[in-house]
Design a protein around this ligand. Structure first.
Ligand code: HEC
Length: 151
């Protein structure tokens, strides 16, 4: 009969009162104020237009590579979506490293080459274009991109 124990009960109330205090005071902390530091919004960042295009291109690599492995060198009809990467906003301006524009233009040319002449070689040129930019601008996805190479 632990609940009947008076010491347990008073501890229990201490916890309730402290919890209520923490809730009330943290709401005050979150209240918008006109001055002083403001907290970041609690929701995660929205996907940037650039990140969205990257996911699409990555999905296309997976698709073409799988098709290639399944039917062996059958590139008929394969074409990447053509994005103007210099016109798509990234999450954060720190991603615009020196030479970004040139890397984006070179990459778009590789995409156009593949779309005109889809082949093992033009596919591999696209993957190495992904890698060139990512080595400079955003190394996080490099490991994933390496898996898109042809065997
Ligand atoms: C000209 C530079 C450039 C090229 C080329 C490029 N990327 Fe990216 N990529 C970026 C930048 C910058 C980001 C970060 C975007 C952001 O967070 O807004 C990114 C993000 C990504 C992400 C993470 C997306 C997410 O969900 O947050 C993946 C995956 C990715 N790229 C794969 C690729 C693949 C695959 C290719 C080739 C088909 C490629 N990238 C070509 C610059 C590039």
């Amino acid at each position: 009969m632990v609940a009947a124990d008076p010491i347990f009960r008073s501890r229990h109330w201490t916890v309730v009162v402290m919890t209520a205090f923490v809730l009330v005071s943290s709401q005050c902390g979150n209240a918008p104020t006109s001055e002083g530091p403001r907290l970041a919004p609690t929701q995660p960042n929205r996907t940037s237009p650039l990140a969205e295009s990257m996911r699409q291109l990555d999905a296309e690599l997976v698709d073409f590579r799988t098709r290639f492995l399944d039917v062996g060198g059958e590139w008929q009809g394969a074409a990447f979506t053509e994005y103007d990467l210099n016109d798509l906003a990234p999450t954060d301006s720190s991603m615009f490293v020196d030479g970004y524009q040139a890397l984006a233009i070179a990459f778009e040319k590789r995409i156009a080459d593949f779309n005109a002449h889809p082949s093992d070689d033009s596919y591999s040129m696209v993957v190495s274009g992904c890698i060139s930019c990512h080595q400079k601008a955003c190394p996080g996805p490099l490991e994933r991109i390496a898996k898109r190479k042809l065997p």
